[in-house]
Design a protein around this ligand. Structure first.
Ligand SMILES: NC(=O)c1ccc[n+]([C@@H]2O[C@H](COP(=O)([O-])OP(=O)(O)OC[C@H]3O[C@@H](n4cnc5c(N)ncnc54)[C@H](OP(=O)(O)O)[C@@H]3O)[C@@H](O)[C@H]2O)c1
Length: 271
């Protein structure tokens, strides 16, 4: 298999463009590895997968809208990624390209820092790629998961496919019926004033937001004001990146250093 010097890892697109590079390069430096992470900004996911093979790129992060498109071009797909239907990580081991989904693990690791999930009543708002990963992870952790979504057909289909309950439109969410609520929609991402559950939280809830820019979203700020425990999207992001580091390097990820690099970059980007 071809091999670069230094060992090259990267990402296909991804917004904001610079964030993965900062997080990964901080990890490689801390681990003392001769690895470099580059954001390629490729808009042709098939050519990008071919380039991984040609150039011997060790690992490639994949962002929306390519998380599904790359699947048929890989050699193997991890079971969880198969069920979720999305690959955000391509691990190249001796020329064999395996697709993984680290988003679901990031969500679970972040939530489990705050509470045990087994038997918890969790409401997941949203039915896109992030929601699929979150629902899958919560079900794996033996929680009772109910999905709410603006588009009824899409939400009901996700719930049925993954084996969660279908709660209906977002308006049907009531705080009393749940222990945890997770915003897995894109509402709030780069929208500091948008809160998908404005005025509908209660203090007993653990509130998680997958949106990671700004770090303190309107949803999390309202939850904190009420006294809720909260899980930020940045915590999910750094945990999913840790899993990528584990896959690409075989080493334990230096999470504190990665988190610091991530927060510095988000601050630099002023959101
Ligand atoms: N923290 C992390 O590690 C991490 C990882 C992955 C993704 N994310 C974030 O997760 C978010 C969602 O990404 P995605 O890939 O799942 O996006 P997506 O596939 O486009 O899905 C978007 C979801 O948001 C809902 N939505 C959008 N606008 C809405 C509105 N105005 N009101 C109500 N619902 C609305 C959509 O509902 P409809 O079905 O009705 O359109 C859908 O459920 C993004 O902010 C992304 O950055 C975070």
């Amino acid at each position: 298999m071809p091999h670069s010097l230094p060992t090259l890892c990267g990402s296909i697109m991804g917004s904001p463009f610079s964030l993965s590079a900062k997080i990964h390069n901080a990890a490689y430096a801390a681990l003392g590895l001769d690895y470099t992470f580059v954001c390629f900004g490729v808009e042709d996911p098939v050519a990008a997968v071919a380039a991984i093979r040609t150039l011997g790129v060790r690992g490639m992060n994949v962002s929306m809208p390519y998380k599904t498109a790359v699947i048929e071009h890989l050699d193997a797909i991890d079971e969880a990624a198969q069920v979720i239907g999305a690959v955000n990580t391509i691990n190249n081991v001796d020329g064999v390209l395996t697709g993984y989904n680290t988003d679901y693990l990031g969500a679970i690791r972040a939530l489990e820092e705050v509470t045990e999930l087994k038997g918890k009543r969790i409401a997941v708002i949203g039915a896109g790629g992030a929601a699929r990963a979150v629902v899958f992870g919560c079900l794996q952790a033996a929680a009772e998961v109910t999905v709410f979504n603006r588009s009824i057909d899409r939400g009901a289909a996700l719930a049925e496919e993954l084996g969660a309950r279908w709660g209906g439109h977002v308006e049907a969410f009531t705080a009393e019926a749940f222990d945890i609520v997770i915003n897995a929609t894109s509402v709030g991402f780069k929208q500091p004033d948008s809160n998908p559950l404005d005025g509908r939280l209660a203090s007993h809830l653990i509130v998680m937001d997958v949106a990671f820019m700004p770090v303190h979203t309107a949803l999390l700020l309202q939850a904190k004001t009420l006294g809720c425990r909260t899980v930020a999207g940045t915590r999910m992001l750094v945990h999913q990146a840790c899993r990528q580091i584990e896959l690409y390097t075989g080493k334990e990820a230096p999470i504190d250093i990665m988190e610091q690099a991530m927060l510095q970059e988000i601050q630099r980007l002023k959101l």
